[in-house]
Design a protein around this ligand. Sequence first.
Ligand code: ASP
Length: 291
Amino acid sequence: MPNPSLIIHGGAWSVPEGDVQAALAGCRRAAQTGWAILQHGGSALDAVEAAVHVLEDDPVFDAGIGSHLNLDGEVEMDAIIMDGATLRNGAVAAIQRVRHPVSVARLVMERTPHSLLVGAGAEAFARSQGVAVFSEEELIVPRERDTLRGIRAQKGLAQDTVGAAARDANGHLAAATSTGGTMGKLPGRVGDSPLIGSGAYADDLAGAASATGDGESLMKIVISKAACDLMAAGQTAQAAAEAIIQRLAQRTTGAGGLIVVDARGRVGHAFNTPRMACAWVAADGSIESSI
Ligand code: ASP
């Protein structure tokens, strides 16, 4: 029986010194949650969704509560989930007022014939499925209001999208990504995160990946699918992650990071931003983390 494996990220950017411990702790908590599911025979899909939930609930990260604000001061979130066994995928973009965009993405995958719902349509769909809808205020943390003031004053700041990639005991892979997008983005802007192949990809025959970083650059190289293609061609998870981040640097002006699991369950990560918060499960079952 294959050994399960799991890797989590909490975003690739600068991560201010004061947030380092909280970002590491959040990633470790998410990894523990996903790992408990995998250890009890749960699916990779359930594990990545549950891990991303933990990060969406943690205001340290730019996903769910704590999402960055667009230039109008509103939260517009993007998320994707993909099942490597069937290649089914679901995503939402520019969705507002839900706490767990990743779960709405999963509902899109499982309960509609579609792959991606956006904006008001995505929110209406979430409501129709019994998903709780919150006021805009409940998703906004004071830090983000200050950050938006900084953006308006032209100060560069950090962003912390979240994601997970896993293999379960049946050898099935899954990946998920969730984000509030980039700080001070134009209303209506959608980045790489909800786009299949860019924000995430999973194929049991290749690997699973979740990306973070400058979305407009990541989508140019369809980063997650590109990493899966390298793993399908025989590269290890770590080699594929490093090669793709090198490609990102060579072919675009943006920076980013990637977590991957290959079909044999090996995990890897690489980034060319100052930091990327990350946690994974080591061969002995212990949770490791780095930033
Ligand atoms: N990739 C995300 C986006 O462009 C942002 C991030 O990863 O921090 O929306």
